[in-house]
Design a protein. Sequence first.
Length: 161
Amino acid sequence: MFMTWKICALILLTTLPLMASPPGEGLAFYLLKRDIPKTPSAPAGAEVEDQPFISQNDIVSYSLRNQSMLLTSKAIDRLKRLVGSARFEACVDRKPIYSGRLWSILRSASCPEIVLEIPTDGSFNVRLEAGYPTNECFVGKDERSNALIVTALKSSGKLVD
C-alpha cells in the first residue's frame, strides 16, 4: 500500500509541472517596437511589442499553398487601424521566424521583403507575399513555410492544405 502511494505521488509530482505550464501561443505576428532597416543578411529577432496584432486565435485557417490566412473580423479591424508599412515579426511561441512589412495593394512602391497585404476589398483573407508587387522583388530567405510554423498550424487545426 505504501509503495502504491509513493508511485502515485511520484507520478503526480512529475506531471504537475507539465499540467501547470501554459500552452504555447503558436503562430503570432508582432509589430516591431521601432522600425529598423532590413538588409538581406539581417536575421529575424528585433525587439517586438508585448502583444501580437495577429494571434493564432485570430487565424481561422491558413493555406500554405497560397500563403494566405483567413482572419476573424476583429483581427481585420485591428489590422486596418495599423500604419501603412510598419515592420513585423512572425513568431512561433514568441520565437522569431521571419520579418516583413504590412502593405496595402494601394501602394505603388515595391518591397523586397515578405509583405502582409492588408485587404482593401472587405474580405477577411490576408496574403503573405515574398516581395511586392512580384516575387522577383524579394531578397532574402523565404521562411513562410518554416517547419515551426507548419507544426504550430497543424497542431492547432488551422492548416487547410
